[in-house]
Design a protein around this ligand. Structure first.
Ligand SMILES: [Zn+2]
Length: 927
């Protein structure tokens, strides 16, 4: 099978490398004899001499077939060959040490071209008089896989061009060079690289309005037209003519000094994209050719330093502008072509090749060395039409020692350097619905994850405290979750069931995504402590996640079980709906669907939840208190959604200098301040003074939104954070009353108004990204997101909102949702067209300006609102205070250029106020 490597955007923007695996060890006589034999294989290939190959064959080999293999595998014109052994196993039907099945990698260069092939060679010791000079003979050979189309690019020293009003075009992008030097890098197919030197102009004009806004934050303008001094471009060799007009390049005599300047640019930039580092096969830079339509430009601008423009046709957002030095995405969007092919919205799942059905992780962790050893088994189903290479996401610092599949045995894999990725070469292409089990063994150092996604975190602000106050160090803890790829996993979060077994030194305990299994914790075999005669006592913790989770999280610390109880929930049991078979075209899909339905209780059928609390010793008292709060919160949320997605929840009350939390499925980690700490937090979008339960209320809501209901791509993250923030506010209302709720609404409004100019809610993590301000992200995605949900509720009414919420949750439980799914559920529940509401509030970032006037007509108060520009749907609370001090409120739905509302009066008016609850995200003034 031959594989064309398609590099995802990430690979394109950093420097991927194939790294090899075999750990160094002392060579024994057998190793040496096999090395000698492989040397002979290498010679036979490099000389391309059939006879040398024939000399390596055993009399038992099929000679014709072996020759055919050699002819097919070994191209003419080989200039260099490297053969490396990757795996060795006993050959069936031979005595120990008499025969082996080798897996080898063969790297063949023919001038500037390269290919890697992986072969099986079955070898035996020769018998009788057949010994000759070789200790081994080939009995059978087979090709497992190959990677073709590698190019060692160079800048042609014999060609130089003068630019004549050169314009090089890509989507929304141009490089203009009126005059200057141009050098090229060619393959037999044509020009794939160009260096442009001279006073040029780079033009970047993103089409989408929001991208113009982001570009303005970065560069101060909505369309960038900026001088450059040099540029390096990679294109498909078949596209030079369509990107470049005629007569723009005039051949000139090569000027050595100019060429040297071009060469410096070439060498600096060629390793940055479409590039493979082949590790022990070759130390040189090997490049792939861009696919037609793909394009990368590395541009040295005068004002913005190095900027990278890329068009990557395989990505959902195919046009990007990137600043490598700061690792910031300035632009990322779908071109018009892409939108035409995929529609306005996309699901990241549509781009992955396989679906993981179940993870089984069995690992040991040694906190003193931050060392992990483990084995993960993935049960997966192929999703794409056909795949030859699987990409797994996995921490780069963890070394993989083997990957095997139940179906194919040992598999070849390539590590991608500077990236948390493994490429697994499949022995044959697999087609859709193929079920496969992969087992990956690994070990290495793993650093803990800092909380960020799916968590509240505060920008820390140090108090200026005198130095003589002793500080108490926070109890150490290790969090491994969705950001540090501590187990091999799909490239995007992927709903799957799971088993986790984690073994730790006995003084630690573990909280993880899952229900604690019966018999856990249990004593595990002790291990010797290095440099000591003592042993380390260890304990194993086991968890099972029968309901699908998006990712697995664990926290390890010195914790004790504080309390455990079963919480009775207030859910009206629902009748089990029929299994949804839409989209289940094949038998395998139908069986999978039915099995899932059988193992996961339908929405609303579970009416209790196991709640337990583990805490660091100093947090024991807080741990006891939190049981009641958590039970209250869980009851409220299960009532709001009509379901509880997971059977159990464990709270880990840990210490940290920075307040915050993190909430994978089945668990929530809550940071508590150590007894004396230097840090303080104020003035952050996620901090609500006077409401200490806010963090925990936010984190627990993620069991429903963020975990059970995922999001389709980064744009949709507000569905997780906005709902978590809104649910926390609703809990504040229940626990502390309307006043506390309104305080929170007013803070939501303030943050939303202050930071909406940074972009729409739909921009997700990119809010504040260009300037490195995570505060902006929380202000808009969390707080404005929550405020928008509350406005929606006021617009369609409590009843419709409640029905829509339940429907949205039920339709999307254990799936990834998008804003359009929420819109549809709310439209169905309310009978209202909500397109404009979502268009303005989620996809756009304006703040409506409203003016109102009031008049008394007879016994009625008449309120008139006006808004200009884009029309927003904004429910506004009006409060009338009467002469006797009583106040009554009513909501005016502002949804047109002018709106009028009437309210019967019951006394003389003392005052009238608008937006008294802070619920309207609008600037409102009285005429
Ligand atoms: Zn959150």
């Amino acid at each position: 099978m031959s594989v064309r490597l398609w590099l995802p955007l990430l690979a394109l923007l950093s420097v991927p490398a194939l790294a090899q695996q075999a750990p160094p060890r002392a060579l024994d006589a057998e190793d040496l004899s096999i090395q000698n034999f492989l040397q002979a294989v290498e010679t036979s290939i490099s000389t391309m001499e059939r006879q040398r190959w024939i000399d390596l064959l055993s009399p038992a080999a099929d000679r014709d077939q072996a020759l055919e293999f050699f002819e097919a595998m070994v191209p003419q014109g080989i200039t260099r060959v490297v053969v490396k052994e990757r795996d060795r196993s006993p050959l069936q039907g031979t005595l120990p040490g008499e025969g082996f099945r080798l897996v080898i990698e063969v790297f063949m260069e023919t001038g500037p071209r390269g290919r890697i092939a992986t072969w099986n060679l079955d070898i035996r010791r020769p018998r009788g008089d057949d010994i000759g000079s070789q200790p081994w003979r080939i009995v059978a050979e087979d090709r497992l896989a190959s990677i073709e189309g590698l190019h060692r690019l160079s800048l042609n020293p014999d060609k130089q061009y003068a630019a004549k009003n050169l314009v090089l075009r890509a989507i929304d992008f141009e490089l203009r060079l009126p005059a200057g030097d141009v050098f090229v890098s060619e393959t037999p197919e044509g020009v794939t690289g160009m260096v442009l030197i001279g006073d040029g102009t780079m033009v970047f004009q993103p089409m989408p309005k929001q991208e113009k806004g982001q570009l303005k934050l970065f560069a101060g303008v909505e369309a960038l037209e900026t001088p450059f001094t040099s540029a390096f471009v990679r294109i498909s060799p078949f596209e030079l003519e369509q990107r470049l007009g005629q007569d723009m390049l005039e051949p000139v005599t090569v000027d050595t000094r100019a060429y040297r300047r071009g060469l410096a640019q070439f060498e600096e930039n060629v390793p940055k994209s479409f590039n493979l580092d082949l590790s022990d096969l070759s130390r040189e830079v090997w490049s792939l050719l861009p696919q037609p339509g793909d394009f990368v430009a590395e541009v040295k601008t005068r004002r913005f330093n190095d900027l990278t423009y890329a068009r990557s046709s395989g990505e959902a957002e195919d046009v990007t502008l990137f600043q490598r030095a700061t690792k910031r995405n300035i632009s990322a969007y779908a071109s018009e072509q892409k939108l035409a092919s995929r529609g306005r919205f996309f699901d990241e799942d549509d781009l992955v090749d396989y679906d993981v059905l179940d993870y089984d992780v069995d690992a040991s962790f040694y906190p003193d060395r931050s060392w992990m050893e483990g084995r993960t088994k993935l049960r997966m189903r192929v999703k794409s039409h056909m795949i030859g290479v699987l990409t797994l996401r996995f921490a780069e610092s963890l070394n993989v020692s083997s990957i095997t599949s139940d179906e194919f045995g040992r598999l070849l894999y390539l590590r991608v350097r500077n990236q948390n990725a493994i490429l697994v070469n499949l022995p044959q292409p697999l087609s859709r619905d193929y079920l496969m089990t992969l087992t990956i063994n690994y070990s290495g150092r793993l650093s803990k994850q800092s909380i960020s996604e799916e968590s509240i975190r505060i920008d820390q602000q140090r108090n200026s405290q005198p130095d003589d106050i002793p500080l108490v160090a926070a109890e150490p803890k290790w969090l491994f979750s969705n950001r540090n790829y501590w187990y091999p996993q799909n490239q995007v979060s992927d709903f799957a069931t799971a088993h986790i077994r984690l073994t730790v030194p006995s003084e630690y305990s573990v909280v993880a995504s899952g229900i604690t299994e019966i018999g856990s914790p249990a004593a595990a075999p002790s291990v010797p402590i290095e440099g000591s005669s003592r042993v380390m006592l260890r304990t194993s913790y086991s968890f099972v996640a029968p309901q699908p989770v998006r990712y697995l999280g664990i926290v390890i610390s010195r914790m004790m079980r504080v309390d455990a109880a079963t919480v009775a929930l207030d859910i009206v049991p629902a009748k089990a709906p029929p299994v949804d078979m839409r989209g289940a075209d094949s038998l395998v899909q139908q069986i999978t669907r039915l099995n899932q339905a059988a193992s996961i209780p339908p929405v609303g059928t579970r009416n209790t939840l196991g709640l337990s609390v583990e805490a660091n010793r100093r947090q024991e008292a807080r741990g006891r208190d939190v049981m009641y709060t958590a039970a209250d919160i869980l009851r409220l949320y299960s009532g709001l959604t009509g379901d509880v997605p997971y059977d159990s929840l464990t709270l880990a009350m840990v210490e940290d200098d920075v307040p915050g939390g993190h909430a994978p499925a089945y668990m929530a980690m809550i940071n508590n301040a150590p007894p004396v700490t230097q840090l303080n937090w104020r003035n952050d979008p996620a901090a609500f003074q006077g409401f200490p339960e806010f963090f925990i209320a936010h984190e627990l809501a993620h069991q429903w939104f963020g975990q059970a209901v995922g999001w389709k791509n980064y744009h949709e993250q507000w569905l997780s954070e906005g709902f978590a923030q809104y649910f926390a506010a609703l809990y504040a209302r229940e626990k502390r009353g309307e006043g506390a709720f309104r305080d929170i609404l007013r803070q939501f409004r303030k943050w939303a108004i202050d930071d909406s100019d940074q972009g729409p809610i739909y921009l997700g993590y990119r809010l504040g990204h260009i300037k490195g301000e995570s505060r902006v992200f929380r202000a808009v995605v969390y707080n404005k997101g929550a405020a928008v949900l509350h406005m929606l509720r006021r617009l369609i009414g409590d009843e419709a909102f409640s029905a829509g919420l339940k429907k949205f949750y039920a339709d999307n439980r254990f799936k990834k949702a998008g804003t359009d799914d929420l819109r549809r559920a709310m439209q169905e529940a309310s009978g209202k067209d909500l397109n404009r509401f979502f268009e303005r509030w989620i996809y756009d970032n304006g703040i409506p300006r409203l003016r109102y006037s009031t008049a008394v007509e007879g016994n009625e108060l008449v309120v008139r609102f006006e808004q200009s520009g884009d029309i927003y749907d904004v429910p506004v609370t009006m409060a009338v205070t009467y002469g006797d001090g009583k106040t009554s409120e009513f909501i005016v739905i502002v949804d047109a250029a002018t709106n009028e509302a009437r309210m019967p009066l019951s006394g003389t008016i003392r005052s009238i106020e608008a937006n008294t609850d802070g619920a309207a995200i609008a600037l409102i003034e009285k005429k």
